[in-house]
Design a protein around this ligand. Structure first.
Ligand SMILES: [Zn+2]
Ligand SMILES: [Zn+2]
Length: 313
């Protein structure tokens, strides 16, 4: 009984569960329950219906939160490829957390480990070493990979606000749902001709959008190590993939990124669209971010010359 209560608390408090290192990599179905329920939640469309406004809210919610993940969870908290103020990093840590992909420190700690051990035994989500499904959405449902690997994110642990957001990672999605509901109700009152409602804003703007956001993000761990081209001969099996880059605002240039993760850019060359980088450039123009590491390696010549000298883009 005590264990069950502890597990339930762990849905809301990430520190509630103690896990020992040697534990097996098996899916913890009890803890995974909310994740399973999330996949059923789009069925609520049956009750709230459709409107074009709700669809636009769904898309905007996807784009803003995808950027919080790619620009901040990934390029900032995991790789420190630019600098920003404490206010901005807290804001995006909170916004990223509304994607229900755990907190920024949990995310960054596992991602740093991925880079240091890509496609080896130690990689927690390698589709080369483990099954495709496990790399896509099995690994984070295991008890073993539930805790934040604090040793990989010591640099961020000194910020109590980040530790708090990371610990109570459901607070942000909860407030986001309340915000969407209030906004939708306001739209219904002010613009009844749009035929929308608070319920529609929540179902489309949170539930539908979050499920799509899950799988778009997860493709970078699974598909982006299997499907696409390789510009660089990296030690792992990372790929560049235009389709995934569009879905994830530029993260699909994953082979580029594995070769040179120190750049704020992931699309290195002409035609490699990288909207996350464009948005960060815009933020820089407004003084919100600074010290962007924009240098990228020279493109290797097709003859197999793997010249990896760093040059200005
Ligand atoms: Zn990375
Ligand atoms: Zn990777």
């Amino acid at each position: 009984m005590k264990q069950l209560t502890q597990k339930m608390i762990s849905w809301f408090d990430s520190h509630a569960l103690e896990v020992d290192e040697g534990i097996e990599e098996k899916v913890d179905w009890f803890r995974a329950l909310p994740f399973v329920v999330m996949h059923l939640s789009p069925l609520l469309i049956y009750f709230c219906g459709f409107s074009w406004t709700a669809l636009i809210v769904c898309l905007l919610s996807y784009l803003v939160r995808m950027f919080a993940i790619t620009g901040f969870y990934h390029r900032y908290f995991s790789h420190k490829t630019f600098k920003t103020s404490r206010f901005v990093h807290t804001l995006f840590a909170f916004l990223g957390s509304s994607s229900t992909q755990r907190g920024p420190l949990w995310w960054a700690s596992h991602h740093r480990r991925h880079h240091s051990s890509s496609d080896t035994e130690r990689d927690v989500h390698s589709p080369v070493m483990k099954s495709f499904l496990f790399s896509h959405m099995g690994w984070f449902l295991t008890k073993k990979h539930f805790p934040t690997e604090e040793k990989h994110v010591r640099d961020w642990m000194k910020y109590p606000e980040l530790v708090f957001i990371n610990r109570f990672d459901l607070l942000s999605p909860f407030l986001f749902v309340l915000f969407l509901y209030g906004l939708g109700e306001m739209f219904q009152f002010l613009f009844p001709q749009l035929m929308t409602s608070g319920g529609q804003f929540v179902v489309w703007g949170f539930f539908v959008s979050t499920v799509i956001l899950y799988h778009a993000t997860f493709t970078i761990n699974s598909l982006a190590h299997r499907w696409g081209t390789r510009t660089f001969e990296t030690k792992d099996d990372s790929r560049n993939n235009r389709f995934l880059a569009i879905l994830t605002l530029g993260e699909g240039w994953h082979n580029n990124h594995h070769h040179y993760p120190n750049s704020v850019r992931q699309g290195f060359y002409k035609g490699e669209w990288d909207p996350t980088y464009w948005i960060l450039r815009l933020m820089k123009a407004f003084g919100l971010v600074s010290d962007m590491k924009e240098r990228v390696p020279e493109k290797p010549v097709p003859a197999g010359n793997t010249n990896a000298d760093v040059a200005d883009a």
